[in-house]
Design a protein around this ligand. Structure first.
Ligand code: MN
Length: 229
């Protein structure tokens, strides 16, 4: 009897492992934020090695920021939506319609998916195509835009984000958001967001947020970011 129980448990364990592996593979494949079978949100895959952004962002910061902070938002969100109207909703719908703890964790999940996919090793340079034209016509030049963007990021009081966003007509704006804020709640499309929570820069720059914001332009993946416009 004991032997039978053992085999039964071992079988269940093996079946669980296979199921988990399958769902992970599907998530990685589609690069989406939610597995349709288990209805679980998952972080976007990191498109570079954890040390690829050094010295602008250290390996340690990426490991903590992506591995711990982003993971915690996702884990919290997966627990919080159970039994609510958001149980089967997509991430953007949740961010647009929720409040309180669900909004905070959903917003941060969306924000970090966008943030971590905006960089690459040896990035930098300038935006491309329609985004470059829109920046030049609205801000005067790329350098003037960067200046204005950094000033907005530096002046966010406490934790939050600075976003470049566009409206339905393609008009750009710089949006300061506190905490988990994302421009989608204003009907805008986020193009580029810099995280100004201290967890994003404190290990590498201590209190010097402005210095961090000056350096981060060196790792932007403008091809990916320009495609969001
Ligand atoms: Mn963050």
């Amino acid at each position: 009897m004991k032997t039978m129980k053992f085999y039964l448990l071992a079988g269940i364990f093996a079946a669980t492992l296979i199921t988990c592996n399958n769902s992970n593979a599907k998530n990685n494949e589609s690069n989406n934020s939610k597995n349709t079978e288990t209805m679980k949100f998952e972080k976007v895959a990191l498109p570079y090695a954890t040390d690829a952004l050094e010295p602008v962002i250290s390996k340690t910061t990426i490991e903590l920021h992506y591995g711990k902070h982003h993971q915690a938002y996702v884990d919290n969100l997966n627990k919080l939506v159970v039994g609510t109207e958001f149980e089967d909703a997509d991430l953007e719908t949740i961010v647009k319609n929720s409040d309180g703890a669900i909004f905070n964790n959903a917003g941060q999940h969306l924000n970090h998916n966008l943030y971590f996919t905006s960089f690459k090793a040896d990035g930098g340079g300038e935006p491309q195509g329609g985004l470059a034209e829109a920046i030049n016509s609205q801000f005067g030049s790329f350098d003037k835009f960067k200046e204005e963007f950094n000033a907005a990021g530096t002046s966010v009081f406490g934790s939050g984000w600075v976003w470049l966003a566009k409206d339905d007509s393609g008009k750009l704006s710089i949006e300061k958001e506190s905490n988990a804020g994302n421009p989608v709640t204003k009907g805008l499309t986020p193009i580029l967001g810099f995280d100004v929570w201290e967890h994003s820069y404190y290990l590498d720059y201590q209190n010097r947020r402005a210095d961090h914001l000056k350096e981060i332009w060196k790792i932007i993946d403008w091809e990916t970011v320009s495609n969001r416009y």
